[in-house]
Design a protein around this ligand. Sequence first.
Ligand code: DC
Length: 231
Amino acid sequence: MSAFPPAGKVIVAIDGPAGAGKSTIARHLARHFGLLNLETGAMYRAFALKALRARLPLDEISALEALAAETSIHLEPGEEENRVLLDGEDVTGLIRNQIVTDAASRVSVFPAIRAWMVRLQQQLGSAGGVVMEGRDIGTVVFPDAQVKIFLDAAPEVRGMRRFDQLGPQAAVPPEEVIRALRARDERDRNRPDSPLKAAPDAVLLDSTHMTLDQAVRAAEAIVAAKLGEPV
Ligand code: DC
């Protein structure tokens, strides 16, 4: 790890669709450059879990807004993944299944929910020294981030990576994982409020023909070049 002096202020924004390797890459970058890793998707997932538990219809914004008003979500950066606290409860192990994944993509279309999350994320990252990953970090949450990377890969490749990650938990064939991922992409890219898209000044990293390890090295080189640091 090379903790460079201005790390306290640096914000590295990593955006991209599901399965592009954001979490793996963000985790490595955080370790390599001595930064904290903040996964914003986990915050939408935690809120979705609360909405599911409350049995709220996921398309009723007034009910979701009322729920958000009485919800606290906090991320604690860790070596491997973030610890996610929902109203003080550690829900880290409960938010990665397909039902919560799908619900997170649904609740995140609403501007009021996004505005609330963006405020929380800005508070979490405002001191700098962070790698923050999500869908709108370089465009909305930290448009002035020093480094912005937009990670992408062909949907089939992302779907297969997700399938391999899930292992025996997948419980469905790879085609189904790819189908669900395409449906989520569609929603994330086409919502009117802060859709998933690359910031104009983001560096595009397409890992379709790379191993994740190669993508990690490429991302390290991008960050080092931006910050004027040796890799
Ligand atoms: O990155 P993830 O798969 O954990 O994200 C789950 C969902 O949360 C994703 O489908 C869209 C939403 N999301 C978002 O809208 N904005 C972010 N910054 C992060 C996630």
